[in-house]
Design a protein around this ligand. Structure first.
Ligand code: BEZ
Ligand code: FE
Length: 301
């Protein structure tokens, strides 16, 4: 049938998917067509505006290399990546367990997840408990400590923390031409689920803005910054893997993260200390910080 109206056109496109043999794929495409058509109609897009959008998406694709994923950055800055993370956690809540999608997380719930970001580098060295994972890296020294437990408070021994952050100026090792791994390590919890290590206090930094997504943010009147944060993957046999971050309380942009990744339960007070002896016995001859956070892992089904 020849579509007569705008509604007919949407229905005609949807009807062409009747033969799809993959029900989930068909469902996703049905919703995509439905919302895309509604968007074009509500915005009353002109051909020039639609072409502008096509050119923008083309530039996003052209900006991708084996080291840069501009489409993920687009998804991050439009809040889509975080929406997917939150829905995954909501699924766990609906199943009767797991963290709440919003607000403070009670003891019985798992630590909230957030976005992975583009600066994960697989294969960081495994370091002993208490190691300084950022020797020679610019930034103020910080003693990180806490425990990994399950949602019932039972310690998780031997949990692997894969940790990474930028330096005190907001640059990741990967952003520095020819640089080797820095401010990254994998550390295992002790028999009591405890972990501790030294790194630096991360500062805020901008997401990459030298491409089409940066131009989009500028045109939207948005800043490109993320508040100071340290990334962690927490993995332990028999538990649901966790991708999360700890955010520096009071960091600039803590209330306006460019990728919407801040969860209130992940904001940590970094306590200032004068030179002296740290909890692990280390003598500090300059001021230092401490940050404490416990992680709770969901047991795998
Ligand atoms: C980051 O955390 O490093 C990051 C996350 C999303 C986009 C860009 C950077
Ligand atoms: Fe980051």
């Amino acid at each position: 049938m020849t579509p007569m109206t705008e509604d007919d056109l949407t229905q005609a496109v949807l009807a062409r998917m009747a033969e799809s043999t993959d029900p989930r794929f068909a469902e996703i495409m049905r919703l995509l067509v439905k919302h895309l058509h509604a968007f074009v109609r509500e915005a009353d897009l002109t051909p020039e505006e639609w072409m502008h959008g096509i050119q923008f998406l083309t530039q996003v694709g052209q900006a991708c290399t084996d080291k840069r994923q501009e489409f993920i950055l687009l998804s991050d800055t439009l809040g889509v990546s975080m929406m997917v993370v939150m829905l995954e956690q909501l699924r766990a809540v609906r199943a009767g367990k797991g963290p709440k999608a919003q607000g403070t997380v009670p003891m019985t719930e798992a630590t909230e997840a957030t976005v992975l970001g583009p600066f994960y580098w697989e294969g960081a060295p495994e370091s002993p408990l208490g190691a300084d994972i950022a020797p020679g890296v610019k930034g103020e020294p910080t003693f990180y400590s806490g425990r990994v437990t399950d949602t019932r408070g039972e310690p998780v021994a031997g949990a692997l923390l894969d940790i990474w952050s930028g330096d005190g100026d907001g640059f990741y090792d990967m952003q520095i031409e020819g640089a080797e791994m820095a401010a990254r390590a994998r550390i295992r919890t002790d028999a009591d689920g405890r972990y501790w290590f030294w790194s630096i206090r991360p500062t805020y930094y901008p997401v990459p803005v030298d491409g089409p997504v940066g131009r989009m943010l500028g045109a939207m009147g948005r800043h490109p910054n993320r508040p100071g944060h340290i990334h962690l993957l927490v993995n332990a046999p028999g538990h649901v893997p966790l991708t999360t971050q700890l955010f520096v309380a009071n960091s600039p942009y803590i209330d306006s993260d460019a990728v919407f990744g801040v969860r209130p339960s992940l904001v940590v007070d970094f306590e200032p200390h004068q030179p002296g002896t740290a909890p692990d016995g280390r003598r500090m001859d300059r001021p230092w910080w401490s940050a404490h956070h416990d992680f709770r892992l969901e047991r795998a089904a």
